[in-house]
Design a protein around this ligand. Structure first.
Ligand code: NAP
Length: 265
């Protein structure tokens, strides 16, 4: 199966993150990429300088084997008017747009096969998170080929689960940033200087995440290694987790995001 050349439609926040991820992983080279964007900037421009084709003619982009659609959901029908009927019938279209169903895309782009991916902008670091859904095997294979080198992936068995994945990993980075903000504020309340509060809160989060990643250990095991009986961590955790406190708060957070994702879809 050939996935290149790849046509990226929309090189905004997420499209540019995907390009940065390709650059880091090296599994897709700039010369295998074409970019359509209304005002290409930053990463799209530097891809252009490295051999990608920026806003090529329809005769050129029509040769794409994989099309990644990364425009805002409200722009997709305009974008479809430009592309539909002109794509290679053997191509796969990967939509990263929130809330746009594969059924609607397939109706417009048939016989092109469709996959949906919900990535985080962390793909820019080569260590993003992406949920993938495709009813068609070749579309699934193409989506995995593109995203597995730049993200931890989950292949969903049902498109409806995209809303659940959005609530967990799509919105998830913001929950973690909110935790960092709270830890920093709490550090100030125990008299650390603003500079120290900032350093300690952020570095704690990053080093804990690294250990979780690198050791592969369960959170409970890592907690046990930090919290000795009767010690300071145990005293803190008793407040954080008392009466299901943190569990209940995170559950309610994810459920609210899940509901909103369903409403927007
Ligand atoms: N950002 C995230 O964290 C994230 C995460 C998961 C999924 N998504 C999804 O990814 C998609 C893009 O989000 P984003 O945050 O990257 O939005 P964005 O920054 O607004 O990027 C969209 C880009 O597409 C361009 N564009 C619009 N219509 C076009 C067309 N017809 N042809 C070519 N280019 C066109 C826009 O140009 P102009 O700016 O000139 O209009 C812009 O550069 C959305 O559907 C969103 O649901 C985003």
């Amino acid at each position: 199966m050939s996935v290149t050349p790849i046509l990226l439609v929309g090189a905004g926040a997420l499209g540019s993150s995907i390009l940065k991820g390709f650059r880091r992983s090296g599994h897709i080279s700039p010369s295998d990429v074409m970019i359509l964007d209304l005002k290409p900037q930053g990463e799209a421009q530097s891809y252009g300088a490295d051999g990608a084709q920026l806003n090529p003619t329809p005769e050129v982009w029509a040769r794409a084997k994989t099309i990644i659609v990364a425009v805002k959901p409200q722009s997709w029908r305009d974008m479809a008017k430009m592309l539909a009927g002109k794509l290679d019938p053997e191509a796969v279209l990967i939509s990263v747009m929130a809330g746009v169903r594969t059924k609607d895309l397939a109706e417009v782009f048939a016989p092109v096969k469709v996959a949906r991916v919900m990535p985080t902008t962390g793909v820019a670091t080569g260590k993003g998170v992406a949920s993938i859904y495709a009813a068609d095997a070749s579309a699934l294979e193409a989506a995995r080929f593109v995203f597995e080198p730049i993200a931890a992936t989950a292949t969903l068995s049902d498109e409806g689960l995209i809303d659940a994945a959005t609530a967990v990993s799509g919105s998830g980075p913001a929950y973690v940033y909110a935790f960092a903000r709270s830890l920093e504020k709490a550090a100030l309340s125990v008299n650390l200087t603003p500079a120290d509060a900032r350093t300690l809160a952020r570095a704690t989060l990053i080093s804990a995440a690294r250990l979780l990643d690198e050791t592969g250990e369960e959170p409970d095991d890592l907690i046990r290694k930090v919290a000795s009986p009767g010690g300071t961590t145990e005293a803190g955790l008793k407040v954080l987790c008392a009466d299901g406190g943190l569990d209940d708060l995170i559950k309610a957070t994810v459920e609210a995001a899940f509901k909103r994702s369903q409403e927007l879809g």
